[in-house]
Design a binder for this molecule. Structure first.
Ligand SMILES: Nc1ncnc2c1ncn2[C@@H]1O[C@H](COP(=O)(O)OP(=O)(O)OP(=O)(O)O)[C@@H](O)[C@H]1O
Ligand SMILES: [Mg+2]
Length: 500
């Protein structure tokens, strides 16, 4: 085995009363692709932030190239060749691609004046190095999550890196983009760079990792080579339980009744003539690649875009959804794909984030808000979705990524919507919690009074949980299938068939 690059020994860290890390160990060899896995809130991001010098540990040491560091600071860590791509990617949305990639680098090299020609040149080289073609002058805020991620990677390779840490780089990527990312990762490995990779997707871990380490509740459970382990073992290491999902069949669905119907819905440059009907007891799935129109459709149904033509009916009554306000009034709930920019008020507490969409319902006759009830309701969701937190009053940012996603879900479920549109609802959610969320949706469907539309590119999520599946491609529905007639490779083929 090659030499050890980094060793985290007996690292502990607490936040207030929360013990985020309890004497964890992690060893990364040179040129190794190492996967760090575990449930939401088990401490993965916290350890990464200690390695990058963002947090000081309470105890333990980091060894880098055999040298001991009781703690690191951010600059030191960068100078040593450690680069981190965080869950939120720390991209500046208002700057261009070139600026995002090369700006810090110019500053890192202690240049006082930014040389714009140089910025473009550096950015181009970085993108070329990883074989990615994104226009340099594009404003990053307008790009897809996938492209933002690739930009963050391009940026990270500029610094003579020895270790690149990616905190859930694939959570919002399609299979094709994951392939692209993996090519880049393997290329970096061949250049001798070590990669530490956090992921909730098991198939990916098996595909890319040489070695993996599992954390559970702030403790190291196991570390071993990725070849010698089965799916079941893996799930057990992570969750401490066994999990098996069965096909959802909507056996009590009432196909004569319509809860939510869309007729010939069109959005200019988005999608054309979309038709579907959701019946009581069903979970309807829509799946397609990035750029297929799936997100545009979700956003249009919630009034974030205004349809150019077509009709929408809730319980057979025609409705107009032109703005999110219209949608809210009609009791349409939307769990967005990008929780960090669309789903949460990041400067607010967990409590306020959960209460906000229910302000109307919590209003007393004298116009004051019944916070006590709001808090009771929030506690209910925290329990039923297993949201891991210290106190409701803490900032939403103190929650781990997956737990933030659960807050978004809980806050919408609390509104008791008539129509619930979920766009990638379990992105970044760990396998146990994912299972719990799926079960919750099934239970909701069985109550038969909520139309549930699940839009996702997670093949197994769609396959296992949607009794009917529509495929969307270039803005058109190209087929409708019963989930029980498909398996994941068939569904995968249907989604990608004929797409260049
Ligand atoms: N700044 C903070 N203040 C208070 N608590 C925190 C802070 N950062 C993390 N925590 C808590 O520490 C624990 C570990 O969080 P961490 O973000 O490391 O989890 P994670 O393994 O990255 O989870 P995920 O898969 O959801 O991203 C969680 O209980 C979290 O709420
Ligand atoms: Mg995390």
């Amino acid at each position: 085995m090659s030499e050890i690059l980094l060793e985290a020994k007996e690292i502990s860290k607490h936040f207030g009363g929360v013990k985020a890390l309890d004497k964890v160990n992690l060893t990364i060899h040179k040129g190794e692709i190492h996967c760090l896995v575990g449930e939401n809130g088990c401490g993965k991001s916290t350890l990464i932030k200690i390695i990058s010098g963002f947090y000081k540990p309470d105890g333990g040491s980091i060894y880098f190239d055999s040298q001991e560091y009781p703690s690191l600071d951010i600059n030191q860590s960068i100078q040593m060749g450690i680069q981190v791509i965080y869950q939120d990617m720390s991209i500046f949305p208002n700057l261009t691609v070139a600026e995002n990639i090369a700006m810090n680098y110019e500053l890192y090299n202690k240049r006082k004046l930014v040389n714009w020609k140089n910025v473009r040149k550096i950015a181009r080289q970085a993108l070329d190095h990883i074989g990615i073609n994104i226009p340099l002058d594009e404003t990053v805020g307008t790009l897809s999550i996938a492209d933002k991620q690739l930009i963050a990677i391009a940026r990270s390779i500029l610094y003579n890196s020895k270790l690149i840490i990616m905190d859930e780089p694939t959570s919002a990527l399609t299979r094709k983009e994951v392939d692209k990312l993996f090519r880049v990762i393997r290329q970096l490995q061949e250049e001798g760079i070590s990669i530490l990779f956090v992921s909730h997707k098991l198939d990916e871990v098996f595909e890319i990792a040489d070695q993996f380490t599992v954390f559970r509740n702030g403790k190291t459970i196991i570390s071993k080579p990725a070849q010698n382990v089965t799916n079941e073992q893996f799930i057990y290491y992570m969750t401490g339980r066994t999990i098996e999902e069965e096909y959802f069949t909507a056996k009590n669905a009432d196909f004569n009744k319509s809860l939510f119907r869309v007729e010939n819905l069109c959005l200019k440059n988005g999608f054309e003539n979309i038709n579907f009907d959701i019946h009581p007891g069903e979970i309807l799935g829509i799946t397609g690649l990035l750029g297929s129109g799936r997100t545009e459709l979700a956003k249009t149904l919630f009034g974030l875009y205004t349809a150019s033509s077509g009709k929408i009916y809730i319980e057979d009554k025609e409705v107009q959804i032109r703005t999110p306000m219209d949608a809210l009034k009609l009791k349409v709930g939307y769990v967005p794909e990008d929780r960090l920019t669309e789903g949460l008020f990041l400067t607010q507490s967990i409590e306020n984030n959960m209460i906000i969409s229910n302000i109307d319902r919590l209003k007393r006759k004298n116009k004051t808000v019944d916070y006590k009830k709001g808090i009771e309701d929030s506690k209910y969701w925290i329990k039923s979705l297993g949201i891991k937190l210290h106190e409701l009053k803490d900032g939403i940012q103190t929650l781990s990524g997956g737990n933030q996603q659960k807050v978004v879900l809980g806050k919408w479920l609390e509104t008791r919507p008539k129509v619930l549109i979920l766009n990638g609802p379990t992105v970044g959610v760990d396998i146990g919690a994912k299972y719990d969320i799926h079960n919750y949706l099934r239970k909701l469907a069985e109550e038969k009074d909520m139309a549930i539309l699940l839009i996702s590119d997670d093949i197994s999520e769609i396959l296992m949980n949607c009794n009917r599946i529509l495929i969307i491609k270039s803005g058109h529905i190209t087929g409708e299938y019963k989930n029980t007639d498909l398996d994941s490779s068939k569904l995968q083929a249907l989604i990608t068939e004929g797409v260049g």
